[in-house]
Design a protein around this ligand. Structure first.
Ligand code: FAD
Length: 466
């Protein structure tokens, strides 16, 4: 940190500097520019996107036309209740409510301003009471990221790559007036030359989470862990904020993705299979005794805790369920991430599961679906779920991975970063995963993209109004 009143002549000041080119950063930059702001985006990597570009890009919103066509009754209040219940009340209700209230607008903005296309289906993930999640077509975060990049190009927004932000510049009143960065330094440690960039209206921190930062997490997660995140996902900008006394919260709350497998890296294709197919259409079984032990549509926290207590866990679906989803598994079957079994006997032998017990488990589950009786684990049976009777049966080993950092910077509902005394940190805004109050103890699927778009856009507007 340095204290200077005037930028060096070589560095023309911008009105707004955005750190990070994921969903939150580019939403902020686009909104800022569309409201007349002179904005630059700084990105430490050689390409846009952070975790956003490797995500599924699924976004949640209530009251959409897609829901109306399917007769799904939803509301801002229902989504808010779901997020607060899942967050165990640790979310800031004002921020969470804003995300829910502006979710539909953000979703519509992604269609109308960014021109993102979505699949016609509406998905439900654990913890949502109704289907309200929309998948971009093709299903990948890169679909929206590429549209955002196009919009930035169209608007003439500069994205400076290899620009590794190190610290903040404050004036004599502690107002943030710029950043110090090292350029071209992400892979080499040779360059240590500091560049200073100034912003007359504000700096927006959109540097993402830290769920892959082993050094930062070493006190929180003692044992080694797998992650769905890019390995470059780290806490350095968060730490730079802390160095200028920005307040943080819930840094020890890490969300794990329960649906991944140890048989591939990252979230992968297995993550999709678990998250989209096993959760809704299948069951999760403990190989030791062949029994179910959890509501497959429970929230990620409940699922992760239940799975991590057991040694070997698999997900099972059958052919007719798979057909209903329309997913093709050739690729993952070939790679051995998912296994196909001609019957339950072969399945049980493959994983050394007690056969009789497995059969009993599946028969009990099938009966509950057929008779629509209550499930001992609380799974709510929907009309699209069918009994698991049609071979081949498909299975995947399941192992949770760190997925999302729930904690982060403390902000108010207008994305101002607060300092450790609870005052607005002048000149500093934050949006996206780097912030810590939207999801509380657990994030619901598809709600991060919603948050990034809603709060990124708020940050872009607020910074330019500053
Ligand atoms: C595999 C996977 C699938 C997911 N699927 C979904 C989904 O379908 N729906 C959903 O809602 N959520 C999903 N999530 C979560 C969601 O994608 C992320 O929470 C969200 O994309 C974070 O966006 P962001 O803009 O805050 O950060 P990011 O997208 O991570 O962007 C942060 C950027 O800041 C840059 N940066 C960091 N430090 C610096 C620095 N010092 N200087 C300059 N730049 C820096 C990074 O390089 C990065 O590009 C998924 C996550 C993963 C990992």
């Amino acid at each position: 940190m340095s204290h200077q009143n005037h930028p060096p002549i070589s560095q023309k000041p911008f009105e707004v500097i955005v750190i990070g080119s994921g969903f939150a950063g580019l939403a902020a930059a686009i909104e800022c520019k569309m409201n007349g702001g002179n904005v630059i985006v700084l990105e430490k990597m050689k390409a846009i996107g952070g975790n956003s570009i490797i995500s599924d890009g699924g976004i949640a919103a209530p009251n959409t036309v897609e829901q109306q066509h399917l007769g799904i009754i939803d509301s801002v209040d229902l989504m808010f209740d779901d997020m607060m219940r899942s967050g165990e009340g640790l979310n800031d209700p004002h921020i969470t409510r804003r995300v829910c209230e502006e979710a539909l607008d953000a979703y519509t903005w992604s269609k109308e301003v960014l021109n993102v296309k979505y699949m016609s289906r509406v998905d439900i993930f654990g913890g949502h009471q109704v289907p309200r999640c929309y998948s971009p077509d093709p299903l990948s975060g890169s679909t929206m990221m590429l549209r955002m990049k196009q919009k930035c190009d169209e608007l003439g927004i500069e994205i400076r790559f290899d620009a590794h932000v190190q610290s903040f510049i404050q004036d004599e009143h502690q107002q943030v007036i710029g950043v110090q960065l090292i350029e071209n330094n992400i892979t080499s440690t040779n360059s240590t030359e500091i560049t200073e960039l100034y912003a007359t209206k504000g700096v927006i921190v959109a540097s993402g989470g830290f769920a892959a930062d082993r050094e930062f997490l070493k006190e929180i997660i003692k044992e080694d862990f797998l992650t769905t995140n890019k390995k470059t996902t780290s806490a350095e900008v968060l730490k730079a904020c802390m160095a200028i006394h920005a307040a943080t919260i819930h840094l020890n709350k890490i969300q794990w993705m329960p649906w991944t497998t140890q048989d591939e890296n990252g979230y992968g294709k297995g993550g999709l299979f678990g998250d989209y197919i096993v959760s809704s259409y299948g069951i999760v079984v403990d190989c030791k005794n062949g029994e179910r032990f959890v509501n497959e549509l429970g929230n990620r926290k409940q699922l992760t805790e239940a799975i991590l207590k057991r040694k070997d866990v698999i997900g099972i679906v059958d052919e007719s369920s798979l057909k209903r989803t329309g997913w093709k598994l050739e690729d993952v079957l070939r790679k051995g991430i998912i296994q196909s079994h001609t019957d339950l006997n072969q399945l049980a032998r493959h994983y050394n599961i007690p056969y009789e017990s497995l059969v009993q488990t599946i028969e009990a589950y099938n009966l509950s679906i057929t008779l629509n009786t209550s499930d001992p684990f609380g799974k709510v049976f929907e009309t699209w779920m069918v009994p698991l009777t049609t071979p081949p049966f498909y299975t995947m080993r399941i192992h949770p991975k760190t997925h999302y950092s729930l904690g982060g910077l403390v902000t108010d509902v207008d994305t101002h970063v607060l300092d450790i005394h609870g005052h607005i940190h002048k000149g500093l805004f934050a949006a996206g995963e780097v912030t810590g109050l939207t999801h509380g103890a657990n994030r619901l699927g598809s709600c991060s993209v919603t948050e990034c778009l809603v709060m990124g856009r708020v940050a872009g507007r607020k910074a330019i109004e500053n």
